[in-house]
Design a protein around this ligand. Structure first.
Ligand code: VGL
Ligand code: ZN
Length: 194
C-alpha cells in the first residue's frame, strides 16, 4: 500500500484519559502511541497530511454519568486528561480536530459537527488511514462516516485498541467496518516512501 499526497492519516483520540491511569482507560491504550508515531513518520516523509482528532468535552457533556450518560467525565476541555499522550509525536503542521464540544450532543466520529470532510475534500484527499482509540467507539464511527463521505478507508489494526465495554466489542467493530467497505492494514503492508 502506497502513501500518496491523496492519502491522509487520521489519528483518533490518543488522549491521556483513554490511556492507563486516565478517566476512561482503554486497556493498553498507550500501546498505540509508538506505532502511530511510526505511521506519522511515514506520512511526513511522504508529504501526506496528518489529522488528529480529540474528544473535547465541556464539563457538563451529556455523555457523562451525572447527566445520565454512559461514561465517567473524560476529556474535559483544558484538563490534562484531554491532552494528547505525551509520547505522541505529531508534526507541527498536523491539523487538530476537536469534537464533542456541544454539551447536548454526542460525537464519537471525527466528522460529526466538525469541518473534517470539507478540509479533506479541499486537499483532494481520496484515501484515509485511520487508527487510535477506541476501536469500538470513536475509531469505528470515524471509519463509518469516512466511508459514507466517499473516502476509501483503511483501518490501521495494529494502531487501534478498544474500550470493550463487552468483551469482543472491538472484534465486532472491525467486522462491521469491513462489511461496510473498509480495508484493514498493518504497518508492514505500507510501502516505504521514496
Ligand atoms: C470515546 C467513549 C466516550 C472514544 C469517546 O474516543 O472512543 N469513547 N468518548
Ligand atoms: Zn467522549
Amino acid at each position: 500500500m502506497k502513501i500518496t499526497d491523496k492519502t491522509a492519516l487520521i489519528v483518533v483520540d490518543v488522549q491521556n484519559d483513554f490511556c492507563p491511569g486516565g478517566a476512561l482507560p482503554v486497556s493498553a491504550g498507550d500501546s498505540v502511541v509508538s506505532i502511530l508515531n511510526r505511521y506519522a513518520d511515514l506520512f511526513v516523509r511522504s508529504n501526506a497530511p496528518i489529522y488528529a482528532t480529540r474528544d473535547w468535552h465541556p464539563e457538563n457533556h451529556l455523555s457523562f454519568k451525572e447527566r445520565g450518560g454512559p461514561w465517567p467525565p473524560h476529556c474535559v476541555q483544558g484538563t490534562e486528561g484531554a491532552e494528547f499522550h505525551p509520547r505522541l509525536t505529531l508534526p507541527k503542521n498536523a491539523t487538530i480536530i476537536s469534537k464533542g464540544t456541544d454539551p447536548d450532543r454526542e460525537a464519537y466520529s471525527g466528522f460529526q459537527g466538525t469541518d473534517l470532510t470539507e478540509r479533506l475534500k479541499r486537499q483532494r484527499i481520496e484515501r484515509l488511514f485511520v487508527g487510535g482509540l477506541a476501536t469500538d467507539y470513536c475509531v469505528k464511527n470515524t471509519v463509518l462516516d469516512a466511508l459514507n463521505a466517499g473516502f476509501e478507508t483503511v483501518l490501521l489494526e495494529d494502531a487501534s485498541r478498544g474500550v470493550e465495554v463487552q468483551p469482543g466489542d472491538s472484534e465486532k467493530a472491525v467486522e462491521e467496518m469491513k462489511k461496510r467497505g473498509a480495508s484493514v492494514a498493518t504497518i508492514d503492508q505500507i510501502d516505504p516512501p521514496g
